[in-house]
Write a protein that binds this ligand. Structure first.
Ligand SMILES: [Zn+2]
Ligand SMILES: [Zn+2]
Length: 127
């Protein structure tokens, strides 16, 4: 979102955490001036893409594309009115990670299996 009362970096405000633009907080713009910052994008990307989380918010439009997407969306923990669909997350991640100025990378999948597979199972696989 935009803050018409502010100028410069403070004019650009993330819809999801309400922090304004900074060198370490690049943003991707959606429709109607909606903005998601790199920090929220990291959280949303991990939740939706890697963990398969997200709420079914059918009937309410995605904050970024304004479309009523029948798929999981990530809602901001602090501003639940703001939520974003998987497609917008992928799109925004693609935009941000291609921009060398920001040095943002898509989040790695969280480590899995360490709790499920114990040492004995690993030994069995090796043998
Ligand atoms: Zn944010
Ligand atoms: Zn969307």
């Amino acid at each position: 979102m935009h803050n018409p009362a502010a100028e410069g970096n403070a004019f650009f405000v993330c819809d999801f955490c309400r922090n304004h633009f900074a060198d370490d907080r690049p943003m991707v713009e959606g429709h109607k001036g909606s903005l998601i910052c790199s920090h929220c994008l990291t959280v949303a990307y991990t939740a939706l893409i890697h963990l398969g989380e997200g709420a079914d918010l059918a009937g309410t439009g995605c904050t970024m594309c304004l479309e009523d997407r029948r798929e999981a969306q990530w809602a901001s923990p602090t501003h639940p009115d703001a939520h974003v669909c998987v497609r917008c997350i992928k799109q925004a991640a693609g935009v941000l990670c291609r921009d060398p100025d920001f040095g943002w990378k898509k989040p790695e999948p969280p480590p899995t299996g360490s709790k499920i597979i114990d040492d004995e199972d690993i030994d069995d696989e090796v043998v």
